[in-house]
Design a protein around this ligand. Sequence first.
Ligand code: ATP
Length: 360
Amino acid sequence: MSEIRIEHAKKVYSGDNVVIPDLSLTVKDGSLFTLLGPSGCGKTTLLRMIAGFNSIEGGSFYFGDTKINDTDPSKRNIGMVFQNYAIFPHMTVRDNVAFGLKQRKVPKDEIKERTDKYLQLMQISQFADRKPDQLSGGQQQRVALARALVINPDVLLMDEPLSNLDAKLRLEMRQVIRDIQHRVGITTVYVTHDQEEAMAISDRIAVMNHGVIQQVGVPRELYHRPRNEFVATFIGKTNMCNAKLVHIDGVATLVLGEVRLPMSQLNSCTDQDVRVSIRPEEFIKSGEGPFEATVLDSVYLGSTTDYFMKTSFSDRIQVTVESTFEENVRPGETVRLDVNVAKINVLSADGQRNLMEGVA
Ligand SMILES: Nc1ncnc2c1ncn2[C@@H]1O[C@H](COP(=O)(O)OP(=O)(O)OP(=O)(O)O)[C@@H](O)[C@H]1O
């Protein structure tokens, strides 16, 4: 059992710099859990606390039922992969992968068998006798992963493992990591500041800001029902606008500029000022649509085109539509827009709470 449980973790650097005030989370056995957040929010700090490289100023860390706060890092049975590979340059690929097994004084035959298995699993058998400087970045990261997994760790910790790779290799390697994690079924904590990478790779994601978890959920949940404005804007792109929620004939209605959108699912909410989050792809160009919008600019991205438009409720919104062979609207033109009301998120005026939470 290698579920990771963290209860009320606290991290303080140099006396009074509280980086993590009070953080709790559970990583389910065999799942890939990502810590996602902007630079400096405390992701690496938390990962190092799990690994035992950082002191813990408060709270409890468990692997299964075992409290590990005071367990030496070398006794936590952890595999680690960092962004800078951290493989030994003077050793061959095979010796790098076998390193942890030799240290643990595993019998020679078994070292060969287990090393071969992971060289094969990571598809690097053909490089076994090469030194790391004869490998590409992606291949080096495969070696690092094989070396981390060959010791049969209870937990795998990965800190921005793809950030040194070029864009194409990053996409390839995130699939490799996902596949291998599934196959080996190892409980994994993955750190990244790249929201797209987090969405592609994770079973569950914790979005962090200033050492505080803003929301934990499956990728789809975070995208469609962000808990607050920070999550709505950090995950994917969105248009944030001010609006009012009022009841008209008993039906909760969103007043967005001059347009009124009935939202009966919010009937139980009081009348109030609100913040509204609408993803760019939830606007639909439609002659019948209630919103009038003036095109300011457009960016062609191949399969989709981003339009920037001025409306009565915002000076600049982004609208993403499927590209057509010929550009169908140009800057200066006026169009009508509809919106997919079911996908709108209505937040409290301070952006701290999603009024739609619990609404299907
Ligand atoms: N050893 C240290 N001593 C003092 N402060 C530190 C130390 N390590 C990190 N910090 C501070 O703690 C905060 C969190 O840092 P951390 O590296 O955990 O963030 P992060 O979310 O992993 O960021 P990044 O994505 O840039 O790596 C930052 O403000 C950082 O300056």
